[in-house]
Design a protein around this ligand. Structure first.
Ligand code: TYD
Length: 207
């Protein structure tokens, strides 16, 4: 039986990485093979591209070059890590996937959704997750968490202004509305245990 491909999406500070680990543990406890991965990255080549994308000056890349680099990293990640794992029956949990490119580069970055989807078609043969969990946190709660966490400085993209991140959040919500079968919006507020339970609920029909 083929496995499942699940992505976690959301803005900065929604707790995706913590929840991805917790979700992986919960699914392993049910006897599943779980692969935890992330974007940009998740394969040797894609991790090399990650450094190009997240380090350096804010204007290091044009919007077009940035979108191509994300698509290139994703192509390698899909071919080398995701497809083989799903084929052998594993559940792949991915911290961000193509919806991040649509929201960040396509909408907030101004390149357009169609261009990003076209790159994804070429790079990754248009692979989409079986389920996308969109973690949503109110702007105030996200800012509060970011303050108390002290992330040691945002990266090239995380450091963009508030209007950019508001554009990202609006784009994610619009994507979820258009594809209700694939997306589940999950409230990221409350304790870590509560959020993990909500995420597991949102996967119940896939098991
Ligand atoms: P990361 O350190 O993984 O941040 P986070 O904890 O917020 O997921 O950095 C990834 C950054 O890259 C983040 O700011 C979102 C951005 N990004 C894009 O702009 N487009 C993409 O396709 C992906 C996967 C990430």
């Amino acid at each position: 039986m083929p496995g499942r491909f699940i992505s976690l999406e959301g803005g900065e500070g929604a707790g995706k990485s913590t929840q991805l680990k917790r979700l992986a543990e919960a699914l392993r406890a049910r006897g599943l093979e779980v692969v935890e991965t992330r974007e940009p990255g998740g394969s040797r080549g894609a991790e090399a591209i990650r450094a190009l994308l997240l380090q350096g000056e804010a204007d290091r890349w044009t919007a077009e070059a940035e979108a191509l680099l994300f698509a290139a990293a994703r192509a390698d990640h899909v071919a080398r890590t995701i497809r083989p794992a799903v084929k052998r029956g594993a559940w792949v949990l991915c911290d961000r996937f193509v919806d991040s490119s649509i929201a960040y580069q396509g909408h907030a970055g101004g390149l357009g959704e169609e261009a990003v989807r076209a790159l994804h078609q070429v790079g990754s043969h248009g692979l989409y997750p079986d389920r996308t969990l969109l973690l949503e946190l109110s702007v105030e709660a996200a800012a509060e968490r970011a303050r108390s966490r002290d992330t040691g400085g945002a990266d090239r993209i995380g450091g963009r202004d508030e209007a950019f991140h508001a554009g990202v959040a609006a784009a994610f919500r619009a994507l979820a509305a258009v594809e209700p079968e694939r997306f589940r919006i999950v409230d990221a507020g409350g304790s870590a245990e509560e959020v993990t339970a909500r995420l597991l609920d949102a996967l119940e029909d896939l098991q």
